[in-house]
Design a protein around this ligand. Sequence first.
Ligand code: TYD
Ligand code: MG
Length: 454
Amino acid sequence: MAKTKTTFFCQNCGSQYSKWQGQCTACKEWNTIAEEIIQKAEKISWDIAETKTNKKVVKPQKVSEISTQSESRLHTRNSELNRVLGGGLVPGSLTLLGGEPGIGKSTLMLQVALQLPFKTLYVSGEESAQQIKMRAERIHPNSDHCYILTETKTQNIFRNIAEMQPDIVVIDSIQTLQTDFIESSPGSISQIRECTTELIKFAKETATPVILIGHITKDGNIAGPKILEHMVDTVLQFEGDRNHVYRILRANKNRFGSTNELGIYEMQGNGLREVSNPSEILISKNEEDLSGTAISATLEGMRPLMIEIQALVSTAVYGTPQRSATGYNAKRLNMLLAVLEKRAGFKLGAKDVFLNVTGGISVDDPAIDLAVVAAVLSSNIDIAIDKRMCFAAEIGLAGEVRPVTRIDQRILEAEKLGFESIVISKYCKLPKDNYGIQLIKLGKVNDVVKHLFG
Ligand code: TYD
Ligand code: MG
């Protein structure tokens, strides 16, 4: 029997201490340090590694001799996921998928598992097999390759893996796993760390891709030690507004691809639908002209998106005017209103201003400034903006219309979607002179007002 050993871990950042203390020296959080029993067996035996790889001894290799298995990426049948991963799952990689509860992590992964043409093992520590079956029936009822295992002990999971030899393993979720080698409760720092280490070892030795689902804390970080994110190869984040149907999948870290790609899904009654042309759905198809809306050509990562901005400006009933922004930074809205007041002479100080980015999407691209300004002005004087016009520019404190990055891509997206004109900064450096869309080049907010409303 190994000696019982306890250590203290900060439950917030994962720092280790030999005795208890009130405040974590590393992350300065109070009351986050808890005692955990770590009881290691003398030697961990990896039966699974032995069966699959015959215990090969690793030796140093010349860089030129190492074969890259880049062609052998496993393409999931989900093109949005493939795009975010950089082309598919890399053999032996560990992918962590984080997101708020109820956002659709389990749905996404079950859907991927059901669609895959390979043998997939979906391990759930959260739901019963019946619950998963009910969900599977909503999504994709007949799959012969997907196996469900409701288990939380890693040793039992590895035993099953050794028996069935799956091509892909999905773990839902890492916080429910428990290893026999450590006695603390599931979800604790040392359990998460140890279980992840075991899974990494399994993935690397057998070249099986493993996807982990992870919970996030209330401030948006993945629950558990920060090192969890360092240990895995790819960290994906699934986000969106739960009251809206759109979900965005992005890579926060990717050892095998870019972190600029982004996938968009729509939550439907029968699972998540891939949205391959997001711009079309984010713009409402109203026939009549409505004041207070403007369309912006933004970029989310590398992907151009046309997004509708709506503003409502009305006389403040109470002394202090209200300012509220959904999907946009409220401080930035205040700044733009100040610019309009100072540089264009609009008296918005006594008005309520409400701003909404439609579709429940949140944007932090500065290029939507101009559309925000146009929407606010349009609502203020109650004149609609031509629906075939869109905007892409940043607004500076001096009221200048500033150029934005990748203007070419934005113009081409607007052109592709049939817009007739796009308002940009006159200081933009364009790679070519002729576009199939009219370019309106302006330098100051005043020019924008004059151009739009005469
Ligand atoms: P879920 O995948 O359980 O979220 P997570 O694992 O991130 O906690 O999300 C389930 C939510 O999605 C739930 O509110 C029901 C909804 N849903 C649909 O709208 N359509 C569907 O086809 C499925 C399976 C779920
Ligand atoms: Mg879930």
